[in-house]
Design a protein. Structure first.
Ligand code: ADP
Length: 192
């Protein structure tokens, strides 16, 4: 199995690159952000809870996020593995993911691919996306800056855990989308 953690701050291009990677290697993408938005759209209890955090740019609590992710991992799939997009975002989630992958898939995380983009580019990309995406959390610079702040205070340390396991690879996330994809493919080929 290939199990990829796609990592990076908001606006670094995880969703875009996940799309290319799933096609190239026949993987299943699990995006916790997409799952929350699906729940918000359908006005579920989980959606209502998540919305109260997402609209402020804050992380949703670990337990509900992890439960939602676990349900998704348990669904049968005939792919070669998974791309985790937007999860883990805390140390607690990183430890949870390790257990879930072991217990449910009898496997492990193969690699953490980290897209590196500087903050001012992130803010510009997200504001631009907000013009068309309809995402409330993309519509306002203050919320965007809170999200980037959350990334540095809670998420960046996740990288240290994968570095310790020699599973952490940084890729420059600025440039042509296809060129960035090629760099990611090359890293996946190494662990195949
Ligand atoms: P982006 O990477 O652009 O911030 P996402 O779609 O990944 O967008 O996430 C949107 C929001 O959903 C986050 O700001 C956060 O509130 C919530 N969220 C997504 N994934 C997680 C997670 N693993 N843990 C906690 N909150 C999450």
């Amino acid at each position: 199995m290939i199990n990829i953690v796609l990592f990076g701050p908001p606006g670094s291009g995880k969703g875009t690159q996940a799309q290319n990677l799933i096609e190239k290697f026949n993987l299943k993408q699990i995006s916790t952000g997409d799952l929350f938005r699906y729940n918000i759209k359908n006005e579920t209890e989980l959606g209502k809870l998540a919305k109260s955090y997402i609209d402020k740019g804050e992380l949703v609590p670990d337990q509900v996020t992890t439960d939602m992710l676990t349900d998704e991992v348990k669904k049968p799939t005939d792919t070669n593995g998974f791309i985790f997009d937007g999860y883990p975002r805390t140390v607690n989630q990183t430890e949870a993911l390790e257990e879930i992958v072991k217990k449910e898939l009898n496997s492990e995380i193969s690699v953490c691919l980290s897209l590196v983009v500087e903050d001012e580019i992130l803010v510009n990309r997200l504001l631009k996306r907000g013009e068309t995406s309809g995402r409330t959390d993309d519509s306002n610079e203050e919320i965007i800056r809170t999200r980037i702040q959350e990334y540095y205070s809670k998420t960046a340390e996740v990288a240290e855990l994968y570095k310790k396991q020699n599973k952490y690879v940084e890729i420059k996330g600025v440039g042509e989308i296809d060129e960035i994809s090629e760099m990611l493919y090359a890293e996946v080929e190494k662990i195949k």
